[in-house]
Design a protein around this ligand. Structure first.
Ligand code: DP6
Length: 332
């Protein structure tokens, strides 16, 4: 199956519905505590391993889509019209093509994102998840969340997790068509959990996560142990979430991120996303821990550092990281 066939198989007779005036939806960004790194199918974004994330509450994307007369889509991101042939507009257009075919209707898409774009902060995850939900409303498909998750995955793998709030598990699945590769929400809440976003750089990264993970899978010998690492970390994280064991949660997430980065560094040519400020932040968090503040970090395919802590440590964290943007995954 190619992505267009997957869309057809999920929509079936719904595919003929006429659009309403507009569809609008919100989706949160998400941060993986056990990372998705490596694909078994690049066309469908099927992962080699399962992953587990937490969604970032009101840090995410709100997207509106309307049918448009004319030959071209229009894409407005944070109030700015995207260059029609720029990478953002092309990626959105290619994604929409999977639903409409190459000569289907054109759309006006407007998206507001509260997170820095392209900085390894899962902006594409919330973007594609919000777009799929907005399409679902535009056409009144009323698809179940599992189907929305599969559709969001076709835009960006991690987007399949942004369909939900809270803790989310993306099961890698086994099928070649990916119909069993989708995310589900865990039935757990952790109101005190906080995620601080320490932005080291918002500049576009030199190697995108897509290319980075492909290169890692193809050339890194260390990558061979990654599935084993994930198999050990996932149950640890599930237990930690169930038991509200913050030390276990943080320590496992931090180690998992470091292992992922080790596989990247082992790629040929190697990939190193860290900047001096990244390492500086890692050191500061270690020092906080030595001083008795329970704080851990995770890092995605970029230089920025995401700090995991609980509400009771907020003052100490803010003092060490005054510029922190703070996400509350389970706001009441
Ligand atoms: C390091 O979901 O952006 O953030 O499927 O190619 O679009 P594509 O990749 P993407 O990769 C995310 C990688 C990560 C880890 C994670 O979010 O699990």
């Amino acid at each position: 199956l190619n992505p267009h066939d997957v869309v057809r198989a999920l929509l079936r007779e719904r595919a003929d519905r006429a659009p309403r005036e507009r569809g609008e939806a919100y989706a949160p960004a998400n941060i993986a505590l056990c990372k998705y790194w490596g694909k078994r199918d690049a066309g469908l974004n099927l992962p080699i391993t399962s992953s587990l994330s937490v969604s970032l509450g009101d840090l995410g994307a709100r997207t509106r889509i309307e049918p448009l007369d004319g030959p071209d889509d229009r894409f407005v991101l944070n109030g700015r019209e995207a260059e029609p042939n720029g990478s953002a507009a092309r990626r959105v257009g290619a994604f929409l093509d999977r639903f409409r075919g190459a000569d289907g209707p054109r759309y006006f898409v407007e998206s507001e994102s509260r997170i820095p774009v392209g900085a390894g902060l899962a902006s594409s995850a919330s973007g594609f998840a919000a777009l799929v939900k907005a399409l679902d409303r535009l056409y009144g498909w009323d698809l179940p969340p599992e189907s929305l998750s599969i559709l969001a995955r076709l835009g960006s793998g991690s987007a399949c997790r942004s369909v939900y709030d809270g803790f989310v598990v993306w099961e890698a699945g086994e099928r070649a068509d990916g119909m069993d590769s989708l995310a589900r929400r865990m039935d757990e809440e952790w109101p005190d959990l906080r995620i601080g976003l320490h932005i080291v750089s918002s500049a576009p990264k030199p190697v995108g996560s897509r290319e980075g993970m492909n290169r890692t899978v193809e050339t890194s010998l260390l990558y061979r142990v990654w599935p084993e690492r994930v198999a050990a970390d996932l149950p640890r994280l599930r237990d930690a979430i169930r038991d509200r064991d913050f030390e276990a949660l943080g320590a496992t997430a931090e180690s998992n991120a470091l292992t992922m980065h080790a596989t990247m560094m082992d790629a040929r040519p190697p990939i190193l996303y860290w900047k001096p400020e990244t390492v500086g932040a890692m050191e500061r968090i270690r020092a906080l821990r030595a001083a008795g503040v329970a704080a851990y970090y995770t890092i995605d395919a970029g230089p920025n550092v995401k700090i995991l802590y609980e509400e009771s440590s907020e003052n100490a964290i803010r003092e060490a990281f005054p510029e922190l943007q703070i996400a509350i995954p389970f706001a009441q």
